[in-house]
Design a protein around this ligand. Structure first.
Ligand SMILES: Nc1ncnc2c1ncn2[C@@H]1O[C@H](COP(=O)(O)OP(=O)(O)OP(=O)(O)O)[C@@H](O)[C@H]1O
Ligand SMILES: [Mg+2]
Length: 254
C-alpha cells in the first residue's frame, strides 16, 4: 500500500463508492475503450501494448512511462489514459496517471473530473502532493491533474523539484504513466521524457508526416529519452470487433 495514497474522498459528483467512476455517458470519449468497451478488440490492443511493456521490465524497476507525439492531436491523451487503465487492471498494481501537458491539459476533462490543483501547483509549492493526487475510482488508479495552466512551464520542469517529485512518485507507485504535449511544439515533452524510464510515441495514421515523427524521435533521443516505440492510432479499415477473424473461440470451436 502506497504511503501517499490520497484520502478516500467522500462521495461527490466525482466518485460514487470505491469502484465507480461517475461518467455521464455522453461525455465519455468513445475511444477510452479500456473503460468504455473493455472486451473490444481495441481494448485488447492496449492490453497487448501493456503486456509488451511489462515483458520489457522483468525486474519491475522501470516505472515511469511518457506518452508523447510529434504534433498535436495524435491521440496521446486517450492512449495514456487507456494504458493507465490497462496497467491498473493488473493485480495489486498501483498506478498513477499524470497530466504533464501543462499548457493544454485534458486528462481531467476526458475522465469527467473537476479541475483541481495539480502538477504545476505541486511544482510551484502551492499544494502538497498528497492533496493534489486523487483516486480515479477505478481499481488502484490515482490521478495527478495538470493543475493551474501555465503558458511557459519549461522552467519549472527543469528544476530539481521536478526531479525530486519523480523520485518520490517512483517510490509510491508501481507505474507512473505521463501524458505530455507534442515534442515539436515545445521542449516540455523531451525534458520530461529524458527523466522517464521509457517513452512511447503515438502516431496518427495519415495525419503526421513521417519526417516529423522521425524528427520528434531524434529530439527525444538527443535529450536522453529511452524511446521504446510508436503506437499507431486511428487505423481505419475493417471494424475488428465485427471481423470474424479476430473473434475469440474456445479450442473446441476451432
Ligand atoms: N484511436 C483513435 N481513433 C480515432 N480518433 C481518436 C483516437 N484516439 C483519440 N481520438 C480522437 O482524436 C482527438 C485527439 O485525441 P487526444 O486528445 O488523445 O490527442 P492528443 O495527441 O492528446 O492531442 P493534443 O496534442 O491536443 O494534446 C480526440 O478528439 C479524440 O477523441
Ligand atoms: Mg493531449
Amino acid at each position: 500500500m502506497s504511503r501517499f495514497r490520497p484520502k478516500q474522498e467522500t462521495p461527490s459528483d466525482e466518485t460514487i463508492g470505491d469502484d465507480l467512476l461517475v461518467i455521464v455517458d455522453r461525455s465519455v470519449n468513445p475511444y477510452l475503450v479500456v473503460f468504455h468497451d473493455p472486451t473490444s478488440f481495441r481494448a485488447e490492443q492496449i492490453r497487448a501494448l501493456r503486456n509488451q511493456l511489462v515483458a520489457m521490465n522483468p525486474d519491475g524497476s522501470a516505472k515511469t512511462l511518457v506518452v508523447t507525439s510529434a504534433i498535436k492531436g495524435e491521440g496521446k491523451s486517450i492512449t495514456t489514459i487507456n494504458l493507465a487503465l490497462a496497467f491498473a487492471e493488473l493485480e495489486r498494481h498501483s498506478v498513477l496517471l499524470v497530466d504533464a501537458d501543462l499548457r493544454g491539459p485534458s486528462v481531467e476533462d476526458y475522465l469527467n473530473l473537476n479541475p483541481r490543483p495539480g502538477l504545476s501547483d505541486v511544482l510551484l509549492d502551492r499544494v502538497r502532493l498528497s492533496d493534489a493526487i486523487r483516486h480515479a475510482g477505478v481499481r488502484n488508479l490515482d490521478v495527478l491533474g495538470a493543475g493551474t495552466r501555465l503558458t511557459s512551464p519549461s522552467e519549472i520542469l527543469t528544476t530539481t523539484r521536478f526531479q525530486d517529485l519523480f523520485a518520490r512518485l517512483k517510490e509510491d507507485y508501481r507505474y507512473v504513466i505521463i501524458d505530455t504535449p507534442p515534442v515539436l511544439s515545445a521542449t516540455d515533452a523531451s525534458v520530461i521524457a529524458a527523466r522517464a524510464d521509457g517513452t512511447l510515441l503515438t502516431v496518427r495514421l495519415e495525419h503526421s508526416p513521417k519526417a516529423l515523427t522521425k524528427q520528434a524521435i531524434r529530439n527525444l533521443q538527443d535529450l536522453g529519452a529511452n524511446v521504446l516505440g510508436v503506437f499507431v492510432t486511428e487505423v481505419r479499415g475493417t471494424d475488428p470487433d465485427n471481423d470474424p477473424r479476430f473473434a475469440y473461440r474456445t479450442a473446441e470451436e476451432l
